[in-house]
Design a binder for this molecule. Structure first.
Ligand SMILES: *Cc1c(COP(=O)(O)O)cnc(C)c1O
Length: 450
């Protein structure tokens, strides 16, 4: 075993294709349905919102999709991202496990989200689209989309969840630095926004409804989503494709445990689906684990059924684990993990038993995040800290059992713009707020019956 810490691929070894898991699933995932007819949606139903290339990727059954050269050219600004052996953290934990983290915080937006904003903007630019609308929660997606729009000359209009808009002004500033325009959601600019009180704290589902409403009304405007959809997960698989190569560079024959945090499911799928392919092919046998917050426990306590992706009920119905499309989670610090549902492909993988899920309290996640910062020198995004906390549990368990597992953990972004959250944690103001059964039943009551 090498003493090396960082496993860095050269630019020329960067993967040239994204990986689509759909043809490798033992059973096909259920199709999205039209909200009115309840029939499977066709490409035409999506044409108002997305360019044809992304719609094709949404439904493709090809196993590999080539990454266009102009997209690879932008990826080269920050990719391949490093895979790092967490030697000092391992030492602090006294673990017999070998822990590797795949770090996406090196991107311009500080998270994995640029991996999909760049191709999404590229395909829209090819089609002469001049403006994109979107939602953002904590702000990472708005930042990633604004940056990509500035590269390809598009305008970017962002509806930011009210609670984040009010408490995270620096996130808004960063979106503006990259050239984006930010509205507090619910806004007065849309019919759906005006149907809600102006001081409403908002939710991702509400912000999506507003951004979709604006895009659907104008041919030159389209909408971009930062997670959940098949094409978004596809773009993120470059993370796992690189990690497979880097793990081999480290002299490992495979992973025993692959862990990612899951909000809408995109960084989780991006890291783990290539490992799941290897598992289904019999080449490796990792356990694959999604970690979510106990205050928004979609996979562990939600129901697997058809629901809307947004609060206004404008999107197609998708079969997914959901807490109900009008669920508004408590304002925990991991803003990116506060979505009411989970990507259909991740949901399918969980439902088929290919992937497991756990829910953790945010205080345990911050414990791990601070320990990680003090040993590895990176301040993790509060979202990513969920994956770290689970890796920590597994590492301590390994020591107890006398095993030496290889753990690969997704570090989806840095937390340098989330220092307010760290301040709350360090000064004892962080509260755990698990979802009550009453609130869960109330939220599920409005899921459509199909
Ligand atoms: C947005 C975000 C997430 C959650 O989104 P997924 O689609 O579940 O990946 C996780 N980590 C970071 C750093 C994010 O910005």
């Amino acid at each position: 075993m090498t003493d090396q810490i960082r496993f860095v691929l050269s630019e020329s070894d960067m993967p040239t294709h994204w990986y689509n898991i759909v043809p490798d699933f033992p059973t096909p995932p259920p199709p999205p349905l039209h909200p009115g007819t309840h029939q499977p949606v066709g490409p035409d139903d999506l044409a108002a919102l997305f360019p044809p290339e992304l719609i094709a990727q949404e439904v493709t059954t090809e196993r590999f999709v080539e990454i266009p050269e102009p997209v690879r050219d932008v990826y080269r600004q920050y990719r391949p991202s490093p895979l790092v052996r967490a030697r000092r953290w391992e030492k602090a934990l006294g673990t017999s496990a070998r822990i590797y983290y795949k770090y996406e915080g090196v991107s311009p937006a500080g998270s994995h989200k640029t991996n999909t904003s760049v191709p999404q903007v590229y395909y829209n630019a090819l089609n002469g689209i001049t403006r994109l609308t979107t939602e953002t929660g904590a702000g990472q997606w708005g930042t990633a989309l604004a940056y990509a729009c500035s590269l390809f000359g598009l305008e970017c209009e962002v509806w930011q969840v009210g609670a984040s808009f009010d408490t995270k002004p620096q996130r808004r500033t960063l979106i503006e630095v990259f050239g984006g325009k930010v509205h507090r959601s619910p806004s007065r600019l849309t019919e759906f926004g005006r149907s809600l009180p102006e001081d409403h704290t908002g939710s991702l589902g509400i912000a999506i409804s507003e951004a979709v409403e604006v895009a659907a009304q104008d041919e030159t405007i389209k909408y971009a989503l930062g997670s959940v959809l098949n094409h978004v997960l596809l773009h993120q698989t470059i993370i796992g494709e690189e990690a497979l190569k880097q793990l081999a560079m480290a002299g490992e024959s495979g992973a025993d445990l692959v862990i990612g945090c899951a909000g809408g499911g995109s960084n989780f799928a991006g890291l783990t689906f290539p490992f799941l392919r290897e598992k289904l092919a019999g080449n490796q046998s990792p356990r694959i684990l999604a970690v979510e917050p106990s205050s928004c426990p979609t996979l562990t306590r939600g129901e697997y059924r058809y629901d809307f992706g947004d609060t206004g009920g404008m999107t197609p119905l998708m079969k997914m684990y959901t807490l109900g499309h009008d669920f508004v989670p408590s304002p925990i610090h991991a803003g990116g993990l506060r979505y009411h549902a989970m990507a259909p492909l991740v949901s399918h993988a969980v439902h088929e038993g290919l992937v497991e899920a756990v829910a953790l309290h945010q205080s345990e996640c911050f414990d791990s995040a601070v320990e990680f910062a003090r040993t590895e020198g990176i301040v993790p995004a509060p979202e990513s800290s969920h994956a770290l906390a689970q890796a920590r549990r597994a590492a301590l368990e390994a020591t107890e059992n006398g095993t030496e597992p290889v753990i690969v953990v997704g570090l989806s972004g840095h937390g340098l713009l989330e220092l307010g959250a760290y301040d709350s944690y360090l000064n004892g103001r962080l509260e755990d707020d698990p979802l009550s059964d009453e609130d869960l039943q109330a939220a599920l009551a409005n899921v459509p019956v199909i």
